[in-house]
Design a binder for this molecule. Structure first.
Ligand SMILES: *Cc1c(COP(=O)(O)O)cnc(C)c1O
Length: 388
Protein backbone atom coordinates (compact mmCIF):
# COMPACT_ATOMS: atom_id res chain seq x y z
CA UNK A 1 0.00 0.00 0.00
CA UNK A 2 1.28 3.51 -0.79
CA UNK A 3 0.36 5.36 2.42
CA UNK A 4 -1.02 8.91 2.53
CA UNK A 5 1.68 10.28 4.82
CA UNK A 6 4.35 8.59 6.96
CA UNK A 7 7.24 10.10 8.93
CA UNK A 8 10.79 10.12 7.60
CA UNK A 9 13.21 9.29 10.43
CA UNK A 10 16.48 8.90 8.56
CA UNK A 11 18.49 11.70 10.20
CA UNK A 12 20.13 11.83 13.62
CA UNK A 13 16.93 10.82 15.47
CA UNK A 14 18.36 7.66 17.02
CA UNK A 15 21.66 9.33 17.91
CA UNK A 16 19.92 12.15 19.81
CA UNK A 17 17.42 9.82 21.50
CA UNK A 18 20.31 7.62 22.59
CA UNK A 19 21.95 10.66 24.13
CA UNK A 20 18.81 11.23 26.26
CA UNK A 21 18.93 7.67 27.49
CA UNK A 22 22.71 7.59 28.02
CA UNK A 23 22.57 10.77 30.10
CA UNK A 24 19.34 9.80 31.92
CA UNK A 25 17.61 13.05 30.80
CA UNK A 26 14.31 11.87 29.33
CA UNK A 27 11.76 14.25 30.81
CA UNK A 28 11.05 17.95 30.36
CA UNK A 29 14.10 19.28 32.19
CA UNK A 30 16.56 18.00 29.59
CA UNK A 31 18.63 20.30 27.41
CA UNK A 32 17.15 19.21 24.06
CA UNK A 33 13.91 21.02 24.87
CA UNK A 34 15.55 24.44 24.93
CA UNK A 35 17.82 23.50 22.07
CA UNK A 36 14.78 22.58 19.99
CA UNK A 37 13.10 25.88 20.88
CA UNK A 38 16.20 27.81 19.83
CA UNK A 39 16.47 25.83 16.60
CA UNK A 40 12.84 26.57 15.69
CA UNK A 41 13.41 30.26 16.45
CA UNK A 42 16.48 30.25 14.27
CA UNK A 43 14.56 28.71 11.41
CA UNK A 44 11.43 30.87 11.45
CA UNK A 45 13.12 33.97 12.86
CA UNK A 46 10.63 34.59 15.66
CA UNK A 47 11.23 36.28 19.03
CA UNK A 48 10.31 33.58 21.56
CA UNK A 49 9.33 29.93 21.48
CA UNK A 50 7.75 27.66 24.09
CA UNK A 51 7.62 23.92 23.42
CA UNK A 52 4.48 22.06 24.47
CA UNK A 53 2.95 18.59 24.31
CA UNK A 54 1.03 19.11 21.07
CA UNK A 55 -0.41 21.74 18.74
CA UNK A 56 -3.82 21.61 20.38
CA UNK A 57 -2.45 22.49 23.83
CA UNK A 58 -0.40 25.29 22.22
CA UNK A 59 -3.55 26.75 20.68
CA UNK A 60 -5.36 26.51 24.01
CA UNK A 61 -2.60 28.43 25.82
CA UNK A 62 -2.43 30.95 22.96
CA UNK A 63 -6.16 31.70 23.24
CA UNK A 64 -5.95 32.07 27.00
CA UNK A 65 -3.03 34.49 26.65
CA UNK A 66 -4.98 36.52 24.11
CA UNK A 67 -7.60 37.07 26.79
CA UNK A 68 -10.25 34.74 25.39
CA UNK A 69 -12.60 33.66 28.15
CA UNK A 70 -16.13 32.64 29.00
CA UNK A 71 -18.82 34.02 26.69
CA UNK A 72 -16.33 35.46 24.21
CA UNK A 73 -16.34 34.52 20.56
CA UNK A 74 -13.50 33.48 18.25
CA UNK A 75 -13.63 33.30 14.46
CA UNK A 76 -12.51 29.88 13.20
CA UNK A 77 -12.52 28.36 9.70
CA UNK A 78 -15.17 25.74 9.03
CA UNK A 79 -12.83 23.94 6.62
CA UNK A 80 -10.02 22.70 8.83
CA UNK A 81 -9.17 20.08 11.43
CA UNK A 82 -11.51 20.34 14.42
CA UNK A 83 -8.83 21.22 17.05
CA UNK A 84 -8.97 25.04 16.61
CA UNK A 85 -12.74 24.94 17.17
CA UNK A 86 -12.42 22.68 20.21
CA UNK A 87 -9.85 24.87 21.95
CA UNK A 88 -12.29 27.79 21.80
CA UNK A 89 -14.78 25.67 23.72
CA UNK A 90 -12.10 24.56 26.25
CA UNK A 91 -12.01 28.22 27.33
CA UNK A 92 -15.77 28.49 27.62
CA UNK A 93 -15.95 30.65 24.49
CA UNK A 94 -17.87 30.03 21.27
CA UNK A 95 -16.54 29.65 17.71
CA UNK A 96 -18.08 31.55 14.81
CA UNK A 97 -17.41 29.66 11.60
CA UNK A 98 -15.97 31.34 8.54
CA UNK A 99 -15.85 30.26 4.88
CA UNK A 100 -12.69 29.55 2.87
CA UNK A 101 -11.07 31.17 -0.16
CA UNK A 102 -9.90 29.36 -3.29
CA UNK A 103 -6.83 27.96 -1.50
CA UNK A 104 -8.92 26.43 1.33
CA UNK A 105 -7.79 29.20 3.71
CA UNK A 106 -9.90 31.61 5.77
CA UNK A 107 -11.56 34.04 3.35
CA UNK A 108 -10.46 37.60 4.27
CA UNK A 109 -13.27 39.22 2.26
CA UNK A 110 -15.88 37.37 4.31
CA UNK A 111 -14.00 38.11 7.52
CA UNK A 112 -14.19 41.82 6.72
CA UNK A 113 -17.83 41.52 5.71
CA UNK A 114 -18.69 39.77 8.96
CA UNK A 115 -16.96 42.39 11.12
CA UNK A 116 -18.54 45.25 9.17
CA UNK A 117 -22.09 43.97 8.78
CA UNK A 118 -22.68 41.57 11.65
CA UNK A 119 -20.75 43.33 14.42
CA UNK A 120 -20.35 46.76 15.92
CA UNK A 121 -17.36 48.39 17.55
CA UNK A 122 -18.04 49.08 21.24
CA UNK A 123 -15.95 50.10 24.26
CA UNK A 124 -15.83 46.47 25.37
CA UNK A 125 -14.63 45.32 21.94
CA UNK A 126 -16.19 44.08 18.73
CA UNK A 127 -19.74 43.03 19.57
CA UNK A 128 -21.54 40.41 17.51
CA UNK A 129 -24.98 41.97 16.99
CA UNK A 130 -26.86 38.66 16.76
CA UNK A 131 -25.39 37.01 19.88
CA UNK A 132 -24.40 40.06 21.93
CA UNK A 133 -21.01 38.47 22.63
CA UNK A 134 -17.57 40.04 22.17
CA UNK A 135 -15.51 38.70 19.27
CA UNK A 136 -12.00 38.54 20.76
CA UNK A 137 -9.86 36.76 18.22
CA UNK A 138 -9.50 35.01 14.90
CA UNK A 139 -7.61 31.79 14.15
CA UNK A 140 -6.40 31.68 10.54
CA UNK A 141 -5.18 28.19 9.63
CA UNK A 142 -2.54 27.82 6.90
CA UNK A 143 -4.28 24.81 5.42
CA UNK A 144 -2.02 22.04 4.04
CA UNK A 145 0.94 24.42 4.23
CA UNK A 146 -0.44 27.13 1.91
CA UNK A 147 0.02 30.53 3.61
CA UNK A 148 -3.18 32.51 4.32
CA UNK A 149 -3.61 36.06 3.05
CA UNK A 150 -2.12 37.46 6.27
CA UNK A 151 -1.76 40.95 4.86
CA UNK A 152 -5.55 41.28 4.63
CA UNK A 153 -6.26 39.28 7.79
CA UNK A 154 -3.88 41.40 9.88
CA UNK A 155 -5.19 44.68 8.53
CA UNK A 156 -8.82 43.68 9.23
CA UNK A 157 -7.91 42.33 12.67
CA UNK A 158 -6.00 45.45 13.69
CA UNK A 159 -8.88 47.63 12.59
CA UNK A 160 -11.44 45.64 14.57
CA UNK A 161 -9.06 44.94 17.49
CA UNK A 162 -9.11 41.18 17.05
CA UNK A 163 -6.21 39.14 18.38
CA UNK A 164 -4.68 36.86 15.75
CA UNK A 165 -3.60 33.32 16.62
CA UNK A 166 -2.02 31.65 13.62
CA UNK A 167 -2.68 27.94 13.45
CA UNK A 168 0.56 27.13 11.63
CA UNK A 169 0.40 23.48 12.72
CA UNK A 170 0.52 22.35 9.07
CA UNK A 171 2.75 25.07 7.65
CA UNK A 172 6.14 25.00 9.40
CA UNK A 173 8.68 26.42 6.95
CA UNK A 174 6.16 28.18 4.67
CA UNK A 175 6.75 31.89 4.08
CA UNK A 176 5.83 34.89 1.94
CA UNK A 177 7.81 35.97 -1.11
CA UNK A 178 6.17 39.37 -1.63
CA UNK A 179 4.01 41.96 0.11
CA UNK A 180 4.48 43.51 3.56
CA UNK A 181 5.35 40.11 5.03
CA UNK A 182 7.98 39.25 2.43
CA UNK A 183 10.44 36.67 3.86
CA UNK A 184 8.32 36.24 7.02
CA UNK A 185 7.36 32.72 8.03
CA UNK A 186 3.81 31.58 8.78
CA UNK A 187 3.27 31.52 12.53
CA UNK A 188 5.38 34.64 13.16
CA UNK A 189 2.96 37.31 11.93
CA UNK A 190 -0.04 37.22 14.26
CA UNK A 191 0.05 37.86 18.02
CA UNK A 192 0.88 34.19 18.61
CA UNK A 193 1.59 31.28 16.26
CA UNK A 194 1.46 27.56 16.93
CA UNK A 195 3.26 24.64 15.24
CA UNK A 196 2.53 20.93 15.58
CA UNK A 197 4.88 17.96 15.43
CA UNK A 198 2.25 15.26 15.32
CA UNK A 199 3.13 12.07 13.43
CA UNK A 200 1.62 13.20 10.14
CA UNK A 201 3.05 16.73 10.10
CA UNK A 202 6.04 17.85 7.99
CA UNK A 203 8.38 17.15 10.92
CA UNK A 204 7.40 15.05 13.90
CA UNK A 205 8.29 14.46 17.54
CA UNK A 206 5.70 11.70 17.82
CA UNK A 207 3.49 14.28 19.50
CA UNK A 208 4.49 17.85 20.16
CA UNK A 209 3.88 21.52 19.56
CA UNK A 210 5.46 24.96 19.78
CA UNK A 211 4.09 28.37 20.66
CA UNK A 212 5.93 31.30 19.03
CA UNK A 213 5.47 35.01 19.65
CA UNK A 214 7.30 38.30 19.41
CA UNK A 215 5.98 39.32 22.83
CA UNK A 216 8.29 38.51 25.75
CA UNK A 217 5.58 38.75 28.43
CA UNK A 218 3.34 36.37 26.51
CA UNK A 219 6.22 33.92 26.05
CA UNK A 220 7.08 34.00 29.74
CA UNK A 221 3.44 33.42 30.70
CA UNK A 222 3.15 30.59 28.17
CA UNK A 223 6.17 28.90 29.74
CA UNK A 224 4.69 29.40 33.22
CA UNK A 225 1.28 27.98 32.31
CA UNK A 226 2.68 24.99 30.42
CA UNK A 227 4.87 24.08 33.45
CA UNK A 228 2.11 23.82 36.05
CA UNK A 229 2.30 27.53 37.03
CA UNK A 230 5.10 26.91 39.49
CA UNK A 231 5.92 30.06 41.47
CA UNK A 232 8.20 28.27 43.91
CA UNK A 233 9.28 24.82 42.81
CA UNK A 234 10.88 23.91 46.15
CA UNK A 235 7.86 24.71 48.30
CA UNK A 236 5.26 23.88 45.66
CA UNK A 237 3.63 27.30 45.46
CA UNK A 238 1.23 27.83 42.53
CA UNK A 239 -0.51 31.18 42.22
CA UNK A 240 -2.46 30.24 39.12
CA UNK A 241 -3.98 27.14 37.55
CA UNK A 242 -1.36 25.75 35.21
CA UNK A 243 -1.13 22.75 32.91
CA UNK A 244 1.22 19.83 32.42
CA UNK A 245 1.89 20.78 28.81
CA UNK A 246 5.70 20.81 28.59
CA UNK A 247 7.41 18.78 25.85
CA UNK A 248 9.80 16.05 27.03
CA UNK A 249 13.51 15.77 26.23
CA UNK A 250 12.94 12.55 24.25
CA UNK A 251 10.44 14.30 22.00
CA UNK A 252 12.63 17.39 21.63
CA UNK A 253 15.59 15.19 20.65
CA UNK A 254 13.48 13.73 17.87
CA UNK A 255 12.33 17.22 16.90
CA UNK A 256 15.84 18.59 16.66
CA UNK A 257 16.92 15.75 14.36
CA UNK A 258 13.81 16.29 12.25
CA UNK A 259 14.26 20.05 12.02
CA UNK A 260 17.75 19.52 10.61
CA UNK A 261 16.02 17.89 7.63
CA UNK A 262 13.13 20.34 7.17
CA UNK A 263 14.69 22.21 4.24
CA UNK A 264 15.35 18.91 2.49
CA UNK A 265 11.80 17.68 3.22
CA UNK A 266 10.32 20.84 1.72
CA UNK A 267 12.53 20.50 -1.35
CA UNK A 268 11.41 16.90 -1.88
CA UNK A 269 7.77 17.78 -1.28
CA UNK A 270 7.97 20.64 -3.73
CA UNK A 271 9.56 18.45 -6.40
CA UNK A 272 6.88 15.78 -5.90
CA UNK A 273 4.14 18.41 -5.97
CA UNK A 274 5.40 19.69 -9.30
CA UNK A 275 5.57 16.19 -10.77
CA UNK A 276 2.00 15.40 -9.63
CA UNK A 277 0.81 18.71 -11.04
CA UNK A 278 2.51 18.18 -14.38
CA UNK A 279 1.10 14.67 -14.76
CA UNK A 280 -2.38 15.22 -13.39
CA UNK A 281 -3.29 18.61 -14.78
CA UNK A 282 -3.42 17.02 -18.24
CA UNK A 283 -6.09 14.59 -17.06
CA UNK A 284 -9.67 15.65 -17.78
CA UNK A 285 -11.75 16.47 -14.72
CA UNK A 286 -8.97 16.65 -12.12
CA UNK A 287 -6.52 19.31 -11.06
CA UNK A 288 -3.92 19.66 -8.31
CA UNK A 289 -4.78 22.68 -6.16
CA UNK A 290 -2.48 25.63 -6.93
CA UNK A 291 -0.52 27.81 -4.53
CA UNK A 292 -1.39 31.39 -3.50
CA UNK A 293 0.55 34.17 -5.28
CA UNK A 294 3.44 35.65 -3.30
CA UNK A 295 3.95 32.60 -1.10
CA UNK A 296 6.42 29.73 -0.72
CA UNK A 297 4.36 26.92 0.87
CA UNK A 298 5.90 23.92 2.61
CA UNK A 299 3.94 21.62 0.23
CA UNK A 300 2.79 19.48 3.14
CA UNK A 301 -0.31 17.94 1.51
CA UNK A 302 -1.39 17.65 -2.13
CA UNK A 303 -5.05 18.27 -2.85
CA UNK A 304 -6.59 16.84 -5.98
CA UNK A 305 -9.79 18.60 -7.08
CA UNK A 306 -12.13 16.06 -8.65
CA UNK A 307 -14.83 17.44 -10.96
CA UNK A 308 -17.39 14.66 -11.06
CA UNK A 309 -19.09 15.67 -14.32
CA UNK A 310 -15.82 15.88 -16.22
CA UNK A 311 -13.92 13.07 -14.53
CA UNK A 312 -16.76 10.56 -14.49
CA UNK A 313 -16.71 9.73 -10.79
CA UNK A 314 -16.75 11.71 -7.55
CA UNK A 315 -13.91 11.85 -5.04
CA UNK A 316 -15.42 9.08 -2.91
CA UNK A 317 -15.61 6.70 -5.86
CA UNK A 318 -12.09 7.68 -6.90
CA UNK A 319 -10.82 7.06 -3.34
CA UNK A 320 -12.34 3.55 -3.37
CA UNK A 321 -10.85 2.76 -6.79
CA UNK A 322 -7.42 3.97 -5.64
CA UNK A 323 -7.67 1.81 -2.51
CA UNK A 324 -8.19 -1.23 -4.75
CA UNK A 325 -4.96 -0.27 -6.52
CA UNK A 326 -3.22 -0.07 -3.13
CA UNK A 327 -3.05 3.73 -3.06
CA UNK A 328 -4.23 5.46 0.10
CA UNK A 329 -6.07 8.75 -0.46
CA UNK A 330 -8.22 10.74 1.97
CA UNK A 331 -11.01 13.31 1.71
CA UNK A 332 -10.73 16.67 3.36
CA UNK A 333 -12.15 17.18 6.90
CA UNK A 334 -15.90 17.20 7.41
CA UNK A 335 -16.94 20.85 7.83
CA UNK A 336 -16.74 22.04 11.44
CA UNK A 337 -20.01 23.98 11.43
CA UNK A 338 -21.81 20.71 10.57
CA UNK A 339 -20.14 18.63 13.31
CA UNK A 340 -22.52 17.65 16.09
CA UNK A 341 -21.04 19.88 18.86
CA UNK A 342 -21.15 22.95 16.60
CA UNK A 343 -24.44 22.77 14.72
CA UNK A 344 -25.97 25.56 16.79
CA UNK A 345 -23.00 27.92 16.43
CA UNK A 346 -23.07 30.82 14.02
CA UNK A 347 -21.69 30.06 10.54
CA UNK A 348 -21.24 33.05 8.24
CA UNK A 349 -22.17 32.61 4.57
CA UNK A 350 -20.52 29.23 4.12
CA UNK A 351 -20.56 28.77 0.33
CA UNK A 352 -17.10 27.80 -0.88
CA UNK A 353 -16.20 25.22 1.76
CA UNK A 354 -18.95 22.70 0.86
CA UNK A 355 -17.76 22.71 -2.78
CA UNK A 356 -14.23 21.87 -1.71
CA UNK A 357 -15.47 19.32 0.79
CA UNK A 358 -17.21 17.56 -2.11
CA UNK A 359 -14.27 17.67 -4.50
CA UNK A 360 -10.96 17.45 -2.61
CA UNK A 361 -9.03 14.20 -2.36
CA UNK A 362 -5.58 14.24 -0.76
CA UNK A 363 -2.92 12.11 -2.44
CA UNK A 364 0.11 10.33 -0.95
CA UNK A 365 2.69 12.95 0.05
CA UNK A 366 5.38 11.31 2.21
CA UNK A 367 8.95 12.48 1.58
CA UNK A 368 9.88 8.82 1.00
CA UNK A 369 7.56 8.70 -2.04
CA UNK A 370 9.44 7.62 -5.16
CA UNK A 371 9.11 9.08 -8.63
CA UNK A 372 7.87 5.78 -10.02
CA UNK A 373 5.16 5.67 -7.35
CA UNK A 374 3.95 9.13 -8.35
CA UNK A 375 3.93 8.00 -11.98
CA UNK A 376 1.91 4.94 -10.94
CA UNK A 377 -0.60 7.05 -8.96
CA UNK A 378 -1.00 9.54 -11.80
CA UNK A 379 -1.42 6.89 -14.47
CA UNK A 380 -3.94 5.03 -12.30
CA UNK A 381 -5.99 8.22 -12.00
CA UNK A 382 -5.59 8.89 -15.71
CA UNK A 383 -6.87 5.44 -16.60
CA UNK A 384 -9.95 5.95 -14.42
CA UNK A 385 -10.83 9.26 -16.08
CA UNK A 386 -13.97 9.20 -18.21
CA UNK A 387 -14.70 5.52 -17.41
CA UNK A 388 -18.21 5.97 -16.00
C1 LIG B 1 -2.58 18.84 13.46
C2 LIG B 1 -3.44 20.05 13.62
C3 LIG B 1 -3.72 20.59 14.88
C4 LIG B 1 -3.38 19.94 16.17
O1 LIG B 1 -2.10 19.59 16.36
P1 LIG B 1 -1.78 18.38 17.39
O2 LIG B 1 -0.32 18.48 17.56
O3 LIG B 1 -2.19 17.12 16.69
O4 LIG B 1 -2.54 18.61 18.63
C5 LIG B 1 -4.43 21.77 14.94
N1 LIG B 1 -4.87 22.37 13.84
C6 LIG B 1 -4.66 21.86 12.61
C7 LIG B 1 -5.18 22.59 11.43
C8 LIG B 1 -3.95 20.67 12.46
O5 LIG B 1 -3.78 20.15 11.24
Amino acid sequence: MIPLSVPNLNGKELQYIKKCIDTNWVSSAGSFVEEFERAILGYVKAGYAVACVNGTSGLQIALQLCGVGKEDEVIVPTLTFIAPANVVKYLGAEPVFMDCDDYLNLDPAKLRDFCLKECKITKAGLRNKSTGRIVKAVIPVHVFGNPCDMQEIMSISRHYRLKVIEDATESLGAYYTSGVYKNRFTGTIGDIGVYSFNGNKIITTGGGGMIVTGNKAIARKARYLTEQAKDDSVNYIHNEIGYNFRLTNLQAALGLAQLEQLKKFIMIKRRNYELYRKLLNQVRGVEILGIPAGTAPNYWFYSLLVEKKEFGMDRKQLMDCLAKKRIQARPIWYLNHLQRPYRLNQAYKIENAPKFWKSVLNLPCSTSLEKKQINYIASTICNLSGRN
